[in-house]
Design a protein. Structure first.
Lengths: 296, 228
């Protein structure tokens, strides 16, 4: 296609959007809404995933030892733990350390609660095993279960499982809403293009007599779809950026420990994603609309 | 230039819009297509433009059997033919100049060529002074001139005119006919469907008369031959 022709198509599409401002705006808004909701879900999932990563990196197995454990039994357990693939660290925590940690967790005000416990320390000795990924937890638990000298085993899989099931739900709900909205966007863009095609059917007829190729006739309409889609994408991204930035500041101020996806992600990668998605919706919507009208 | 070999067009299995049409139009000829309404003139033009397909038969234009053209080739075939209609079919939102330039844009002519060619064609049809005007500001005759300019701007070898004077007063009609005659003299084959008795009888060109899909007459320097 010649540059000259492209310019002609572009000015043609802009004129057409202007002529049908209301309809064009409606479909632009739908694309924007669709992508905005997609963005919210994406950010939620990304943040939850990041949360899981944090939790996962803290995944550990606590093996509480019986007070009557023999040295050989303790050595055996330690050896067994070391033999498991994926074990990152294995720390031994004495009763005294455990009590100290417990006190720290409770804080200054509740000091009295633990007073006098030193004499008859209820905290057990334990091995704290740090692993590379949640699956390794199972291996460690399997390896040491039933060994003599172990009182009980505690692992953090439950929390991870819960978070995973929550993300799954979010993905499903988000995915379904997103699919419905994509359908609506395609329908509205398609309708916008149909209205344009209809208002220009005479022109299209003339173009056919003069010998315009089908693609020459299609391009201005497709470009119109692309423009509507791209503008919708940009609007969605800008709105999402400010909304997310606000949420980001609120959350990070309130909860220091939370590691959130940076708002810059929204203004860079997500902008590209939205533009791409908007353009795709525009192209597909207009091609669907044109199929019926331009059958030669 | 245009050859019809046993061309039939049957609608709804029984109505013959074209019935065993055989004819040959030479390059540079001027042909009037006459006949009562519904006789098949429109169908004749439509099959020639590949707007509809004949049921059977061959149509050869400039050496190519157009009934075998693939859909993708049709636009390129149509570029060899200029068409004008009774209702002009100009684009109302474009000026005279833009309407003519539009035809060149559609075939992706370079901008430089468009700027050079459009004024030439506009002066040929006598509309140089009104190139900025919009269709609604022009008289019927002027609009038909724009339509003629648009039809010939891409140098077609054939000009098809479907009742080009149907909406015009006799005087304006004659002026349009003079322009079409000029185009014909420049080497373009002209095929014109018409109901205008005076024009056909004055110009004395080849006349092909169609009735109920069949060619009834084909005369060199013929006359209209109907009471109107």
């Amino acid at each position: 296609m010649k540059i000259n022709t492209v310019k002609y198509f572009l000015s043609d599409s802009i004129k057409s959007i202007r002529r049908n401002v209301t309809v064009s705006t409606a479909s632009m808004a739908t694309v924007a809404a669709t992508l905005f909701i997609l963005g919210i879900f994406l950010l939620t999932i990304l943040n939850v995933n990041q949360g899981i990563l944090n939790v996962e990196s803290k995944v550990e197995v606590k093996i509480y030892l019986n007070d009557k454990i023999t040295d050989t039994q303790q050595k055996d357990i330690e050896m067994k733990i070391r033999s498991v693939d994926g074990v990152v660290r294995n720390d031994y925590e004495t009763k005294a350390q455990a009590l100290e940690n417990f006190r720290k967790q409770l804080g200054e005000q509740s000091k009295s609660l633990t007073e006098g416990l030193e004499k008859d320390n209820p905290m057990p000795n334990s091995f704290i095993v740090k692993v590379d990924k949640p699956d390794t937890v199972t291996s460690v638990v399997k390896a040491v279960t039933g060994m003599p000298g172990i009182d009980s085993i505690k692992d953090g899989r439950e929390i991870v499982d819960k978070i995973l099931s929550i993300t799954k739900t979010i993905k499903w709900v988000g995915g379904s809403i997103f699919i419905i909205l994509i359908g609506v966007s395609l329908f509205l863009i398609g309708n916008t293009i149909k209205i344009t095609v209809y208002s220009r059917r005479r022109e299209i007829g003339i173009m056919k007599y003069i010998g315009a190729t089908d693609w020459f006739i299609r391009w201005p309409f497709i470009m119109e779809g692309i423009m509507i889609g791209a503008l919708g994408g940009i609007i969605a991204d800008v709105v999402l950026f400010y909304v997310y930035k606000l949420a980001y500041i609120k959350i990070t101020n309130g909860l220091m420990m939370m590691q959130l996806v940076s708002p810059i992600f929204v203004s860079t990668y997500m902008l590209a994603l939205f533009l791409g998605f908007g353009i795709l919706i525009g192209v597909v919507g207009s091609i669907i609309a044109l199929r019926k009208f331009l059958a030669v | 230039m245009i050859e019809f070999n046993s061309v039939n067009k049957i609608y709804n299995n029984s109505i013959y819009a074209l019935n065993e049409v055989n004819l040959n139009i030479e390059k540079g000829e001027f042909v009037f297509l006459v006949g009562p309404s519904g006789a098949g003139k429109s169908t004749f033009i439509k099959v020639l433009l590949k707007e509809i397909e004949p049921t059977t038969g061959k149509i050869i234009v400039a050496g190519t059997d157009i009934t075998t053209l693939k859909p993708k080739q049709v636009p390129y075939y149509r570029r060899k033919i200029g068409v004008v209609f009774q209702d002009y079919r100009l684009i109302p939102t474009l000026s005279v100049y833009e309407n003519v330039a539009f035809a060149m844009r559609v075939v992706e002519a370079p901008l430089r060529e468009i700027r050079k060619k459009v004024p030439v064609v506009l002066s040929l049809v006598g509309l140089s002074s009104k190139y900025k005007a919009f269709p609604h500001q022009l008289s019927g005759g002027e609009q038909q001139r724009v339509s003629l300019a648009r039809a010939i701007v891409n140098n077609p070898s054939i000009l098809i005119a479907d009742e080009p004077t149907g909406n015009l007063d006799p005087e304006t009609a004659m002026e349009i006919m003079n322009t079409i005659n000029d185009i014909n003299h420049a080497g373009t084959t002209v095929l014109m469907a018409t109901h205008a008795k005076d024009i056909v009888d004055t110009m004395r060109k080849r006349v092909i008369a169609i009735e109920r899909g069949t060619i009834m007459r084909d005369e060199k320097k013929g006359a209209y031959g109907y009471e109107d």
